[in-house]
Write a protein of this length. Structure first.
Length: 90
């Protein structure tokens, strides 16, 4: 009788091991999730750097007029009073 119970427990153990190692939600899924985590971590790091750049730009815009002038010149095409604008067309 005890050998029968031990045999049944061994079979259950092997079935559980099969589920862990072979099925879709087993070890393969763990590897897939780890790759997704690594990918997301890289994306988060990239976005963190972008946010830091934007924060520096905001501070520059708040603190001085040079960056505001630069933005006005490049983005809006504005010039200072007294300056002459030359447009060269090819």
């Amino acid at each position: 009788m005890t050998r029968f119970i031990i045999a049944i427990l061994i079979v259950f153990f092997l079935i559980i091991q099969f589920d862990i190692w072979v099925k879709d939600d087993g070890l393969n899924r763990v590897k897939e999730l780890q790759q997704m985590i690594n990918s997301q971590s890289e994306e988060n790091q990239r976005l963190k750097l972008r946010n830091q750049q934007l924060e520096r730009e905001i501070e520059e815009l708040k603190s001085g007029t040079e960056s505001i002038e630069e933005k006005a010149r490049t983005d809006l095409g504005m010039i200072k009073e007294g300056e002459e604008f030359y447009l060269i067309v090819e």
